[in-house]
Design a protein around this ligand. Structure first.
Ligand code: ADP
Ligand code: MG
Length: 738
């Protein structure tokens, strides 16, 4: 198998959206973007600049104007990438641009209209058509996941509890790179199934967002498809190749106003474009080629796309533009961004036999189930033959040699055996029932035995059925190539597509050559020129000088632009920083003035920063190891019980009486039956001398402090915890209390 270790650059194509009705009615005629499809150039006019100012020109791997068809973009720029994914490469397509310029239209399009279906549905078609047409010795497993990144949180769009579920975490494995932990992944067997997955995710996205437009322009949506293919290699063993495809619809690239917001909104504002600006920084660092540090870890998006930018993947970026003059700045920024991305070099390679291939697990599991099932069925068959009295075959044969017919025969035999066995057992049961000479007890016993045998038989049958169902479900998940290989129309279709592919390839090459020629032209012109007179030479050189001067002006303007942009973004960052500092001061104020210093220190000592999750976390109060040893040791009074219990409960358990109080920590106290001994003030005593005798009897009278008598009772009247108090005494006390 070929292993391509050479590097290749990120492919960048630009797509222009047509003017919409509103723009048509209020803007000056036409847009500010022109395209040269043959050369792959975008020419941008500054609506505010004087006509003499030169226009800005950018060259890309492909440009698509307002009249371009979804299909053209797919066939020319995406198809080769999907083919690579099917061959085991990683691939990424991401749409970048201002909100409303057609990112979602390009990625998804209008599903119902075949003409307007975007990259994602076309890719579904492509993948499953490829599988159905491939050779029959190949097995495929296709999985899909769908997630979004909103406010720097990764959310699983296929999780039924999407709205309430916790944000997912990113993890890294040396072999597969960065992945999302616990992300739902659905095995898809057909275009319909994978479309359903997409729909479910889109609905979750719409439900999660109160204002869909706002939400979709602020969140990144990633649809991930993994295609695993197993194919026998020259060594006779099955080899698995895994292609991973990321289809990314990014958040709108326009600058969000971050100033003047507070609290939650500030936090959100700080996070909205964090991923996007981190993406910009990553692209700059990679395009620059000199910076040793690429800030992938700055955001979730860049971490997830780490392989797609400068790593093991083939990547296509679709930059979308709007034609309206009022968006000149944004359009220019998008073009600059896209222009920079062209310089990123990736090192794609085929992922062959990775350890975590799910297909391998599936194959092993299917083989295991098949062996189990065969064993069961052959056993049943054998028994049937024994019942019929002609069995000498063994079930142990090479599983691979079995034909489907044989399988069916075994299955039929097994079913026959179960039926025969059932009939036999029923017959025997009847016979036992009818036997009048048998003892009743003996009869009962035999009947019971037969009943049990019948039960066993049914259980076995059920187990076999379950096993078969499991086996079939597992097997149906694997797609086998070559189902339609003999289909004539398909064959023709395939040829047609191949021809089309050749044509698009030809156009692409032509465009590349054109671009190269143009670049060389300027150099060779000089060499070809011979001057007959001095005058001619002066003229020619003046012309050239003018040309170069114009170029110089262009570059100067460019530098000015870049500087302006830099200043603008710095100002914005400073403003954000000021807001954050203000927020920080506010928090400090609260901490310093309202939290006791020792509490603060305690909390500070427990805090640690988790770089994986990019969050501060509390360390547990009790270290993990001491916790486990603490938990193991039970108090001696609770050995054998759920928890420590009173002596009374213990005795109650031993007596088996009063089940309500068994194992309860209830203590019985003798009820104090003396009349309430309320405090009486001296003046009352004077006013009502006839009551004085009862007051006199109070032992606390002199001090003027009155206690309930029960507090002064002799300990002997508390029976609860002394073991020698008989339970009957307690019962009387309890009865008296009720
Ligand atoms: P984004 O996802 O970039 O915010 P959308 O894809 O939602 O933008 O596009 C905004 C509008 O423009 C939609 O109504 C879409 O149908 C329309 N649109 C975008 N691109 C095209 C195109 N190439 N052709 C026709 N309509 C388009
Ligand atoms: Mg969108």
């Amino acid at each position: 198998m070929s292993k391509n270790k050479s590097s290749e650059s990120v492919k960048v194509v630009v797509r222009l959206r047509p003017l919409n009705r509103k723009e048509e009615s209020n803007g000056p005629a036409g847009g500010i973007v022109q395209m040269d499809l043959g050369l792959g150039q975008v020419i941008l006019r500054n609506p505010r600049a004087p006509a003499s100012e030169p226009q800005k020109t950018f060259t890309f791997d492909g440009v698509y104007d307002a009249n371009s068809k979804q299909r053209d973009l797919y066939d020319e720029s995406v198809r080769p990438l999907i083919d690579s994914v099917l061959a085991g490469f990683n691939g990424t397509i991401f749409a970048y641009g201002q909100t409303g310029t057609g990112k979602t239209y390009t990625m998804q399009g209008a599903w119902m209209d075949p003409e307007k279906r975007g990259v994602i549905p076309n890719a579904f078609d492509h993948i499953f058509t490829h599988i159905s047409r491939s050779q029959s010795d190949r097995q495929y497993l296709v999985r899909a996941s769908y997630l979004e990144i909103y406010r720097e949180e990764v959310r699983d769009l296929l999780d039924p509890n999407h709205g309430t579920a916790r944000a997912l975490e990113l993890r890294e494995r040396p072999e597969t790179g960065v992945y999302v932990q616990d992300l739902t992944s659905c095995v898809c067997k057909s275009i319909k199934e994978i479309e359903e997955v997409m729909n479910v995710g889109n609905q979750a996205r719409a439900v999660g967002a109160t204002d869909m437009n706002e939400h979709s322009s602020r969140s990144h949506a990633l649809f991930l498809i993994t295609v695993e293919c197993s194919q026998p290699g020259p060594d006779g063993r099955k080899h698995i190749r895994v292609g991973r495809l990321n289809l990314v619809d990014l958040a709108g690239s326009e600058r969000q106003a971050k100033t003047g917001v507070q609290g939650e909104r500030l936090k959100e504002a700080a996070k909205i474009n964090l991923s996007l600006s981190a993406l910009g920084n990553v692209i700059s660092a990679l395009a620059d080629g000199r910076s040793s540090h690429v800030p992938y870890r700055d955001s979730k998006l860049t971490r997830l796309l780490q392989d797609s930018l400068g790593g093991n993947a083939k990547t296509v970026m679709v930059a979308t533009l709007g034609p309206a003059p009022q968006h000149y700045d944004e359009t220019l920024t998008t073009l600059r961004y896209a222009n920079r991305a062209k310089n990123i070099q990736n090192q794609p390679r085929v992922n062959e036999d990775p350890k975590d291939a799910l297909l391998r697990e599936f194959q092993n599991e299917i083989a295991r189930l098949r062996a189990q099932l065969n064993h069961r069925k052959w056993r049943s068959k054998q028994k049937k033959e024994q019942v019929e009295g002609d069995g000498d075959e063994s079930w142990e044969r090479d599983g691979d040699e079995e034909t489907e017919d044989e399988d069916l025969e075994v299955e039929k035999d097994a079913e026959d055996y179960v039926k025969l066995e059932e009939q036999r057992l029923e017959r025997e049961t009847e016979a036992i029932r009818g036997d009048q000479f048998m003892l009743a007890e003996e009869k009962q016993r035999l009947l019971g035995e037969k009943e049990r045998m019948m039960g066993d038989l049914r259980k076995e049958q059920e187990a076999t059925e379950q096993l078969t169902a499991k086996y079939k479900a597992m097997e149906s998940k694997l797609l086998v190539g070559g189902k339609n290989i003999m289909d004539h129309t398909n064959e023709q279709q395939k040829m047609l597509e191949m021809k089309q592919q050749e044509i698009t390839e030809q156009t692409r090459r032509e465009r590349e050559m054109h671009q190269q020629m143009l670049a060389q032209d300027e150099e060779t012109l000089e060499l070809r020129e011979t001057f007959t007179s001095l005058q001619q030479e002066v003229e020619a050189k003046t012309k050239k000088l003018k040309k170069l001067y114009a170029k110089l002006q262009c570059i100067k303007a460019e530098i000015q632009d870049v500087n302006d942009e830099h200043v603008r973004s710095r100002q914005e960052l400073e403003q954000t920083q000021n807001e954050l500092t203000r927020e920080l001061k506010f928090k400090y104020l609260i901490i310093e003035n309202f939290i006791p210093p020792e509490e603060k220190n305690k909390i500070m000592n427990r805090l640690t920063f988790d770089t994986e999750e990019d969050q501060w976390k509390f360390q547990p109060l009790v270290p993990a190891e001491s916790k486990s040893s603490q938990m193991k040791k039970r108090p001696s009074s609770a050995v054998g019980y759920k928890r420590p219990i009173t002596q009374y409960a213990r005795v109650a358990i031993a007596m088996g009486a009063l089940s309500r109080y068994r194992a309860e920590n209830i203590m019985f106290l003798e009820l104090d039956m003396t009349p309430p001994n309320a405090a009486s003030l001296d003046r009352w005593t004077e006013a009502e001398p006839n009551q004085s005798s009862s007051v006199d009897s109070s032992p606390t009278k002199d001090r003027g402090v009155h206690k309930s008598r029960s507090w002064c009772q002799n300990p002997k009247s508390i029976p609860s915890s002394s073991s020698n108090v008989s339970l009957s005494a307690c019962h009387t006390a309890a009865a008296a209390a009720q």
